[in-house]
Design a protein around this ligand. Structure first.
Ligand SMILES: [Fe+2]
Ligand SMILES: [Fe+2]
Length: 193
């Protein structure tokens, strides 16, 4: 399927319209921040926006639905994803965007896929998407430590910003007895952390 980004975005927005109001509001806020970070990081705002529009299409799905959707797409969850099916929501969103949304841009798809843990080998476009999701102003209000991440991001220092986020979220998860997905640690190492 080859059509314009506007058509791809319109299809995604039709699906987003069916999501719960709070989630739609988060997606809207992250798209605003994404536009700001795209300008700072020197990446195409339209591509960042497309990824952010679709990144949480499955954020409101139940664990059972996520596992069922993965099975239907031929995705075999790893041990972490079986234990914490929410880890699948980015991958499933990227699969929807490619198959139903007509999105072909590999970086846009990678950005949606990896927006929970980040991953080695990603660049500033995926970073803008990852960080815009994390520094949604509502999230910063709820987790004041995110303001450090936001300051680095707004200076254009996307690698330190992502490192700071992964280090802090890893510590927070471990305090709650949750084991972070190893991809986050791999991403941290790839970013020099
Ligand atoms: Fe998400
Ligand atoms: Fe999100």
């Amino acid at each position: 399927m080859s059509d314009s980004v506007a058509e791809q975005l319109a299809r995604i927005e039709m699906s987003v319209a069916r999501l719960p109001e709070g989630l739609r509001a988060h997606i809207e806020r992250s798209r605003v921040v994404g536009g700001e970070l795209a300008a700072i990081f020197g990446v195409d705002p339209e591509r960042v926006d497309l990824a952010l529009a679709g990144h949480d299409l499955y954020r409101a799905a139940s664990d059972e639905e996520l596992l069922e959707l993965a099975t239907r797409r031929g995705i075999v969850p790893d041990g972490f994803e079986s234990e914490q099916p929410l880890l699948l929501h980015g991958m499933l969103a990227a699969a929807w965007m490619a198959d139903e949304g007509g999105v072909t841009d590999p970086e846009v798809l990678a950005a949606a896929h990896h927006h929970t843990t980040f991953a080695p080998g990603l660049g500033p476009l995926e970073a803008a998407v990852f960080l815009a999701d994390k520094i949604d102003p509502d999230k910063v209000r709820r987790r004041p430590w995110l303001s450090t991440v936001e300051e680095s991001a707004r200076r254009g220092d996307w690698k330190p910003a992502i490192r700071a986020y992964i280090e802090a979220i890893t510590a927070e998860m471990e305090r709650h007895g949750v084991t972070p997905h190893p991809r986050a640690r791999e991403a941290l190492r790839a970013l020099g952390g």
